[in-house]
Design a protein around this ligand. Structure first.
Ligand SMILES: Nc1ncnc2c1ncn2[C@@H]1O[C@H](COP(=O)(O)OP(=O)(O)O)[C@@H](O)[C@H]1O
Ligand SMILES: O=P(O)(O)OC[C@H](O)CO
Length: 497
């Protein structure tokens, strides 16, 4: 019999990918497609949900054709997705009623300030593990119903559906039959109680979101539906794994034991620590979130969220035209020994953990007549590592665990300079696995476990393979001095409003 594969769909903030994995967890085919980003106003970030769906169909077809496999060789499909991004669509026409409001978008910041001023922060945190912030889906749904003509009446009549991107893709892949999400994605909506595992009526009332719009919430690993045979070469393939991309990366990195941590360097940067069956409440701006729910058991994670990481490199490339590719940032950074005191704080859409400051905007400090492009690029790359240090400090404080090593992944983890600087700044080893696409791998594992392609987590842990370890080479004194400069830069950025 011919070899079989799991197909992972990784629907990220800037691109969609379809990746074929074999049983060893090795990548056997990749197709990727970027899609347009829309920035219509300061701090707003939108996608077109139909463009996302088209990009996903495109990469699935491409990977099948390019690898020359038959669809019957795909044992199952796993979906992983940019989280929180909100789509509202008409259940009859299947058409979105508005753009997808992206997780990064600040367009509901005012509404969040109102909710905070009215004293809802504690109740929201107690139920959802989250803070009131424009990042999460709840206020985005309300924004659509409040601003897009005719939508509230339709929603109240049960005509509209809400979904994060996993739900939207499952709906489309299943031939518009199935309206389901998983625990990890539900836990990012601001409407889901992560302790009793239900949509929360009080929060729905607060956000004026009709319950009929919401998907049913399932585990992260089970057969949810089969692909519509009219879509992909006539095949009905089981779709059997769903997780938000950061939780999928935690799974793909085989961080199965409490205390294990991974950091994913993509558009944003997200550090998650597995806390096991015990949800840990943060006092420093970390989020309590569902790591996954499998076979009736929920496991939790602590998360630090950085809104702008790899996208700062895209800004250098597309906005400032300083680079032609993101990868070039490494060579520029290495061409100088330091930034000569330049700091870039890429708070383009505010700051996440631990500051949660919606109003902050990007800033540059320490420019002199001698500042060159190399210093500027290096400072931008370094900002990703500094933000990570901010997050790690509070992660250690809240969990009581001091980090022994950090597992890394995501597109920007390919940057050798960044990884070395990260290890130097944290003072701990940084471990990069052979497969950097751990987000997709995690979704593949979740899908494969549900159909018996893999048997258990032990097999998955055995598949994890090291590519490179980066060891600290920096003096304590230098580290303290550099970090103090960063802290001053953040302070000054936040003061400028
Ligand atoms: N070598 C590199 N150095 C720095 N940044 C990089 C490098 N390669 C990719 N990136 C950045 O990583 C991001 C892409 O990573 P990816 O994991 O695909 O993100 P996402 O899933 O959020 O779309 C982009 O923002 C890009 O600018
Ligand atoms: O697209 P990424 O990989 O930056 O991930 C986005 C996150 O899921 C947002 O919460």
């Amino acid at each position: 019999m011919s070899e079989r594969f799991i197909l992972a769909i990784d629907q990220g903030t800037t691109s969609s990918r379809a990746i074929l994995f074999d049983q060893a967890g090795t990548i056997r085919g990749v197709a990727q497609k970027e899609f347009p980003q829309y920035f219509p106003q300061d701090g707003w970030v939108l996608h077109d949900a139909m463009e996302i769906w088209e990009s996903v169909q495109n990469v699935i077809a491409q990977v099948i054709v390019n690898q020359g496999i038959r669809v019957e060789q795909i044992a199952a499909i796993g979906i992983t997705n940019q989280r929180e991004t909100t789509v509202v669509w008409d259940r009859v026409t299947g058409e979105p009623v508005y753009f997808a409001i992206v997780w990064q978008s600040r367009q509901t910041a005012d509404l969040c300030e109102e909710l905070k001023a009215a004293g809802y922060s504690d109740v929201v945190r107690a139920k959802t593990g989250l803070l009131i912030d424009a990042y999460f889906s709840g206020t985005k749904v309300k924004w659509i119903l409040d601003h897009v003509e005719g939508t509230r009446a339709k929603a109240e009549q049960g005509q509209l559906l809400f979904g994060t991107i996993d739900t939207w893709l499952l709906w489309k892949l299943s031939g518009e039959q199935v309206h389901i999400t998983d625990y990890t994605n539900a836990s990012r909506t601001l409407m889901f109680n992560i302790y009793d595992l239900q949509w929360d009526d009080d929060l729905l009332e607060l956000l004026t979101v009709p319950r009929s719009m919401l998907p049913t919430v399932h585990s992260s690993s089970e057969i949810y539906a089969y692909t519509d045979p009219t879509l992909f070469f006539g095949a009905a393939i089981p779709i059997s794994g769903i997780a938000g991309d950061q939780q999928a990366a935690l799974f793909g990195q085989a961080c199965f034991e409490p205390g294990m941590v991974k950091n994913t360097y993509g558009t944003g940067c997200f550090m998650l620590m597995n806390t096991g069956e015990q949800p840990v409440r943060s006092t420093h701006g970390l989020l309590t979130t569902i790591a996954w729910g499998i076979s009736g058991k929920i496991e939790y994670a602590l998360e630090g969220s950085i809104f702008v990481a790899g996208s700062a490199i895209q800004w250098l490339r597309d906005g400032l035209k300083m680079l032609t590719t993101a990868a070039e940032s490494e060579a520029y950074a290495q061409r100088v020994d330091s930034t000569e005191g330049v700091y870039v704080v890429p708070a383009f859409v505010g700051l996440g953990t631990p500051y949660w400051d919606s109003e902050a905007r990007g800033a540059v400090f320490g420019l002199t007549r001698g500042t060159q492009k190399e210093h500027f690029v290096r400072a931008t790359v370094e900002s990703i590592a500094y933000q990570t240090k901010d997050v790690l400090a509070v992660m250690e404080a809240d969990s009581g665990i001091s980090l022994k090593k950090l597992r890394v992944d995501g597109g920007a983890a390919a940057n050798q300079f960044l990884m070395q600087f990260q290890s130097d700044l944290l003072g701990v080893p940084v471990e990069r696995p052979l497969v950097l696409e751990t987000t997709a791998l995690g979704a593949a594992y979740l899908a494969g476990l549900a159909v018996g392609f893999w048997t258990d987590r032990m097999q998955i842990s055995d598949n994890w393979m090291l590519d490179q370890t980066f060891l600290n080479t920096m003096d304590n004194e230098v580290r303290s001095r550099l970090y103090l400069g960063w802290q001053k830069a953040v302070f000054a950025t936040r003061a400028f409003k």
